[in-house]
Design a binder for this molecule. Sequence first.
Ligand code: UDP
Ligand code: MG
Length: 194
Amino acid sequence: MSLQKPIVAFVLGGPGAGKGTQCEKIVKKFGFVHLSAGELLRNERDSGSKDGNLIQNCIKDGKIVPVEITIALIQKAMEKSSVKKFLVDGFPRNEDNLQGWNNRMTGIVDVKCVLFFDCPEEECIRRIVERGKTSGRSDDNIHSLRKRFNTYKEQTMPIIEHYEKLNLVKRIPATGSPDEVFQDVKEAIDSILN
Ligand code: UDP
Ligand code: MG
C-alpha cells in the first residue's frame, strides 16, 4: 500500500497582498484545504484559551506568536482534515516559525512550493484601510499596520529568501484584480500537482 504524504503550499506576502482572497479561489478550483495561521490564532484567542492574552498582544503589535502555539493549531487542523492538500497561509513568518515547522514536520509532509504574493506596500495599505472599515480586526488600523509591515520586511522576507534558495518560491505579481492575479496562481498550482 502506498501512503502519500500530505502536500503543503505555503502562502506568503505582505498584509493585504491578497493571500486570503486567492486561497479561497484555490480551494474552489483545486480542492485544497485552507489553513490561515492568523485565523487559527484568532479562533484560539476567542475560545478562552490560556494563551488568549499572549496571542492578542502579538496580533495588536504585529509580532509573531511563539511557534509552539501556532504549529500545534496547524497540526491539529491537518489531522482533522480528510483531504490532505493544504494551503498554509501566513506561515512561516520568521526564523522561529521555520525552525518549529522543520522540527515537527520534516519527513511527515511534503512542502511543494511557497506562493509569494508580491504587492507594493502602498497598495497593501490601501486595501487594508478599506478592509478595516468592516473587518472588525483589531490589527486593521494604520498603527498596527505599520508594525505588521516592519515585521514582514525584517522577519518574513528572509524566510521567503530562504525558500528561494531551495527553488520553491512561485512569485505572483499581486497588484491586479483577484481574477487577474488568479491566472498566475492557477499556473503555479498546476505546476505542483503534476
Ligand atoms: N500571526 C502569528 N503567527 C502566524 C500567523 C499570524 O503570530 O503564523 C499573528 C501576527 O501577529 C499577524 C496576525 O496574526 O500580524 C495576523 O495574521 P494574518 O495572517 O491573519 O494577517 P494577514 O497578513 O493575512 O493580513
Ligand atoms: Mg490573511
